[in-house]
Write a protein that binds this ligand. Structure first.
Ligand SMILES: [Zn+2]
Length: 315
């Protein structure tokens, strides 16, 4: 049932298949945005061209990183797969678009490093026929030129006989040095900070739930025991949160420290996954209710849901 059509996000020629199991949805396979399932109704937030463009950039980056396909939804729901694909919230994906100039530059360099077959090998772009602008988090060829000029001015790329058809560039020594550092730092960090109540009643949920889910997903759980919340521990915590790739905040027991750490991480723009036991949902503070919590009833349930969420949303 395959038919040629345009990618919903980037407009590039893509393979679009009607899903027999779900007549209201299509499966898209785009050379840039990867594989995704989209409801025919679409989403209000995606009617804006600006948001379609941001989604294309984020999906393209996920594909380059080797992430598998997803089903787009209003909410991220683990354990409830659509034709084998995890449901991911459109809003959460949009939030992953780089916010600052520094973050944009870092992620452009990482994208370019993934395009190069080997360090210093040539990367070629075609902005007129293809959607190579997405690698640079830019909308059109004009914006691409501005970014390439800036990268060149900063000594980050070198030109290799570009033609009107194709721009050929190599990353410089300086770029590769920055890329190596980024891979060792927070952006590519394997560290996952766990903020939770350190009480014996939570041991099973940590050991058999959170810790195992993080390790299964290929990350290292970092937990700092908050026996006393003094200045020294506070410094250590803020340093660890800065170094980590993402945070898991569990709200059982309503600990002040957990709210502080989650707030601090959010302020830094770190992805934060909220979890809470079924019985504790009623006690959640108003300020975190707006976030989509993983609600669990056993350590095994927590492990499964958290693992799926990490795989689906941490890029
Ligand atoms: Zn696309």
């Amino acid at each position: 049932m395959g038919k040629g059509k345009e990618c919903y996000f980037c407009g590039y020629f893509s393979k679009v298949t009607c899903l027999p199991e779900r007549s209201c949805s299509n499966l898209y396979k785009c050379a840039y945005c990867g594989t995704y399932i989209l409801d025919n109704q679409g989403f209000d937030i995606l009617r804006k061209d600006e948001n379609k463009f941001k989604m294309a950039c984020v999906l393209n980056e996920r594909r380059l990183k080797g992430f598998r396909g997803i089903a787009l939804d209003d909410e991220t729901k683990e354990g409830d797969l659509v034709c084998g694909f995890p449901r991911i919230s459109v809003g959460e994906l949009l939030e992953q678009f780089p916010q600052t100039a520094g973050e944009t530059l870092n992620r452009i360099l990482l994208n370019l490093s993934r395009l190069a077959l080997r360090p210093f090998s040539e990367i070629s772009f075609n902005f007129s026929r293809n959607r190579d602008n997405l690698y640079l988090f830019t909308k059109n060829s004009n914006e691409c030129m501005t970014v390439l000029d800036e990268l060149s001015e900063q000594g980050l790329i070198r030109d290799r006989n570009s033609t009107m058809e194709a721009f050929r560039k190599t990353l410089t020594w300086r770029s590769w040095e920055i890329i190596d550092n980024l891979k060792n730092s927070a952006i590519e960090s394997k560290r996952a900070f766990v903020a939770m109540w350190f009480d014996d009643c939570m041991n099973d949920y940590y050991e058999n739930g959170i810790k195992k889910a993080i390790e299964d997903a290929g990350y290292w759980p970092i937990r700092i025991d908050l026996k006393e919340f003094n200045d020294k521990i506070c410094d250590q915590i803020t340093a660890e949160i800065k170094r980590c790739k993402f945070l898991v905040s569990d709200f059982c027991g309503q600990r002040g420290g957990v709210y502080f750490e989650a707030g601090f991480a959010k302020g830094l723009g770190k992805p934060t996954i909220f979890t809470v036991k079924k019985d504790d949902v009623k006690d959640l503070h108003f300020d975190t209710r707006q976030y989509n919590h993983i609600v669990y009833d056993s350590s095994e349930d927590l492990r499964k849901q958290l693992y799926n969420r990490i795989c689906a949303t941490i890029i």
